[in-house]
Design a protein around this ligand. Structure first.
Ligand SMILES: C[S@@+](CC[C@H](N)C(=O)[O-])C[C@H]1O[C@@H](n2cnc3c(N)ncnc32)[C@H](O)[C@@H]1O
Length: 332
């Protein structure tokens, strides 16, 4: 690592904020299919001309805009991932990150105290915050393609009913039922999340929605519904502590039919908890907002074995763009 790399990472918040603010202002949409100068962009987004020019120049330096003869256009990656409504739009995830800016400002407090910077309520107490969170999950998974990859590689032959525990927007379930004719899905999540999921699925996957049952479930407080043939959970164990993850593994075991499959998708870390790097860094976000962190394969496998599961296996998704892996196991 050299000076420029260290300095670039240490100042990375400036680039992050430039992208977040441009997304929030609708600056990328103002350039959809057109080239504008700074005055025209400023008029379109309702901002100061000089300041908008500085933001546009910064976005050009980052590589999201191109500038020629004083006029700006979107680069190909920006057109692909930053125009609202596109199939690989990342903007909802960027807006969620922007909303958590003040939590990052309290990282030092959390490191000193060990406590999160906000109540870890999964954004369930305010409908606008729930929608921002759940749309962010949908946006990230669709933009990067995790759900498509998982549906293509997770063997669900012989599975008639699959539950997605903490399935959020239902992005994975919609891909699963599309990929496997005859498969029925159950989305097990908290009621405020399910209300957002129903809207998202109705907007763009109404065929899949007809084959998915939305079942209000609290995996902390309730027994899980069932029996089902498979339980999938993505980005769930990283939000909980070790004791709750052991309890979730036991609840999944009870909710599965004999021979049933459990599949856990997450950052699955090495023993030192430093690889993959994205998981080690994401654990700081989890410290700020949840009771969890990213866990190793040994830790995850330990919960599953203690619950009674057998045939444990680890499948790593190809990196880049993916940073996660899937741990599978069977109920005997
Ligand atoms: C990080 S999101 C993951 C969403 C989805 N699995 C994905 O990977 O895109 C965590 C999900 O867990 C849900 N959740 C949190 N606590 C829960 C609980 N006690 N019972 C059921 N679901 C819960 C949240 O509503 C949210 O949908």
């Amino acid at each position: 690592m050299d000076f420029s790399t260290i300095a670039g990472i240490a100042g990375g918040h400036a680039e992050a904020r430039a992208i977040q603010v441009a997304t929030s202002l609708g600056l990328f949409e103002s350039l959809s299919g057109t080239a504008l100068d700074e005055a025209a962009i400023a008029r379109a987004v309702g901002c100061d001309r000089r300041a908008t020019g500085l933001l546009a120049n910064a976005l050009t330096a980052i590589g999201l805009l191109a500038k020629s003869s004083g006029r700006y256009t979107l680069t190909a990656p920006a057109a692909r991932h930053l125009l609202a409504g596109g199939p690989e739009y990342l903007g909802d995830m960027i807006l969620f990150d922007a909303a958590l800016w003040s939590e990052w400002g309290r990282l030092e407090d959390s490191i000193r105290s060990g406590a999160p910077a906000r109540t870890p309520d999964f954004f369930q107490s305010d409908p606008a915050a729930t929608a921002r969170f759940i749309r962010a999950m949908d946006s990230l998974v669709r933009a990067r393609g995790d759900a498509r990859w998982t549906a293509a590689h997770l063997d669900l032959s012989g599975v008639r009913t699959i539950a997605d525990l903490g399935g959020g927007p239902g992005t994975y379930l919609a891909e699963f039922v599309d990929r496997w004719p005859g498969l029925r899905g159950e989305l097990w999540d908290l009621q405020p999340t399910l209300e957002v999921a129903r809207r998202i699925l109705a907007e763009r996957a109404s065929g899949a929605l007809a084959r998915i049952e939305l079942r209000p479930t609290d995996y902390r407080a309730d027994r899980l519904p069932g029996p089902v043939d498979a339980i999938f959970m993505a980005n769930i164990i990283h939000s909980e502590d070790e004791a709750m993850n052991q309890a979730i593994a036991a609840k999944c075991f009870s909710a599965l039919a004999p021979g049933g499959l459990v599949a856990i998708k997450d950052h699955i870390m090495d023993r030192d908890l430093v690889e993959p790097p994205a998981g080690a860094i994401f654990s700081l976000f989890l410290l700020l907002t949840t009771r969890g962190r990213d866990y190793s394969f040994d830790e995850t496998a330990g919960w599953l074995r203690t619950a009674g599961f057998v045939d444990l296996a680890l499948t790593e998704l190809p990196h880049p763009p993916y940073t996660s892996a899937i741990v599978t196991a069977r109920k005997p």
